[in-house]
Design a protein around this ligand. Structure first.
Ligand code: FNR
Length: 367
């Protein structure tokens, strides 16, 4: 149990101090808007609000789950409360990090609890998919899921899928057999929305179709191009053999832009585009490809660690300014209209998508 707590702390340390991002891109650079010289709208009339899982948010941005459970240092609690204050002020949703530590050590619950500072925020709890696997000893079920949600008064539960990270760490949970079936059962029993969430390697359309078939409420594609969990594990690896494995898989996965396109093409599920989102133009492109929200993690970690609420807001405000500007220049008054503007897809992104989806049909209809 101690191990889970220590591990979470090491993750934060490495994410703060080391280069943990992918060496390859999200592929948003290959998605192009077509500039519109006559936008035929006023920039001031642009409405950035969106609906997601029955709630309305002021901006189509989510603070992705990062932490919790590092008792003793109080660090996790400070990070979550700082992010929550920013989310409350902007009226955007936020997630907490894996609550595995809390399930094992209930006394760490406060490090995930933000309702005192963020009474209205749409809050997403977080548990790991392998914990629900058939072959897992002490496997999770609805009881643990309910505990995760209700202890912190969350509105939904994210189940993170992280086979990449687990596969490159020596102590990793590489049991994934029966997870889909377990999630189907959980979906029947849990009275809260479930978000299936990748953590940096992207969701393919095949997986998305299966998740939709069991009634999952939304998908966070957590694509390649931002934080690499294989990268983080590279720094944690103790011996050459583990270091080699983590390094080889540093850039494994489906780039975020392509994952959004695949999932939107193949399902009707609400999509959160997370993974390497680093400016508002990327957010605009993600939404234009069919995402409902864009999620951000790593860039917010540094101000959050310092308890700097204004610092978190400043980064998000910059993204919002850039998003609004991009929407103005393509004449989109709201996110729905942004889904209808023309896009041009070039290079690697085009090659990938031509082999995976009917690209021309997709470009005509991305709703
Ligand atoms: C994460 N992420 C994450 N995801 C999850 O589902 N459970 C978790 O416990 C964590 N923990 C975590 C810690 C830290 C320090 C970071 C930076 C990230 C993954 C996160 O939600 C997101 O999917 C990825 O980081 C990709 O987004 P960025 O970082 O490229 O914006």
């Amino acid at each position: 149990e101690e191990l889970t707590v220590i591990r979470k702390f090491e993750h934060i340390e490495h994410c703060l101090k080391k280069q943990v991002e992918a060496h390859v891109t999200t592929q948003f650079e290959n998605i192009h808007f077509v500039h519109r010289s006559l936008p035929e709208i006023d920039k001031d009339e642009i409405d950035l609000s969106v609906e997601f899982l029955g709630r309305k948010f002021d901006y189509p941005i989510m603070i992705a789950g990062m932490t919790g459970g590092t008792k003793g240092s109080q660090l996790a609690g400070k990070i979550n409360k700082t992010l929550a204050k920013a989310a409350q002020e902007l009226n955007i949703p936020m997630g907490v990090g894996s609550q595995r530590a809390m399930i094992r050590k209930p006394e760490t619950w406060e490090s995930y609890y933000v309702r005192d500072v963020a009474p209205d925020v749409f809050l997403v709890g977080n548990l790991g998919a392998p914990q629900f696997a058939e072959t897992m000893s002490n496997r999770y079920g609805v009881e643990e899921a309910l505990k995760a949600v209700e202890t912190i008064q969350a509105d939904a539960l994210a189940i993170h899928m992280n086979p990449l990270q687990e596969s490159v760490q020596p102590e990793g949970d590489t049991q994934y057999r029966g997870v889909l079936k377990a999630l189907a059962q959980l979906k029947n029993e849990l009275p809260y929305p479930i978000i299936a969430k990748e953590t940096g390697a992207g969701v393919s359309m095949e997986v998305a179709i299966r998740l939709e078939s069991i009634g999952v409420d939304a998908i966070d594609v957590g694509g390649l191009g931002g934080t690499s969990w294989s990268g983080v594990e590279y720094y944690r690896a103790k011996d050459e053999r583990s270091k080699n494995l983590a390094l080889k898989f540093w850039d494994w996965g489906i780039p975020t832009a392509l994952s959004v396109a695949e999932v939107r093409y193949a399902t009707k599920l609400p999509i959160i585009a997370t993974g390497g989102i680093r400016d508002g133009i990327m957010i605009a492109k993600a939404l234009a490809l069919g995402a409902n929200l864009a999620g951000v993690a790593l860039p917010l970690l540094k101000p959050a660690v310092n308890g700097d609420v204004e610092g978190v807001i400043k980064i998000l405000q910059r993204y919002i300014d850039e998003l609004r500007n991009a929407m103005f220049l393509v004449g989109a008054r709201n996110v729905e209209e942004l889904r209808k503007v023309p896009l041009v897809i070039t290079g690697f992104a085009r090659e990938w998508l031509e082999q995976r989806i009917d690209l021309w049909e997709f470009l005509r209809d991305r709703s």
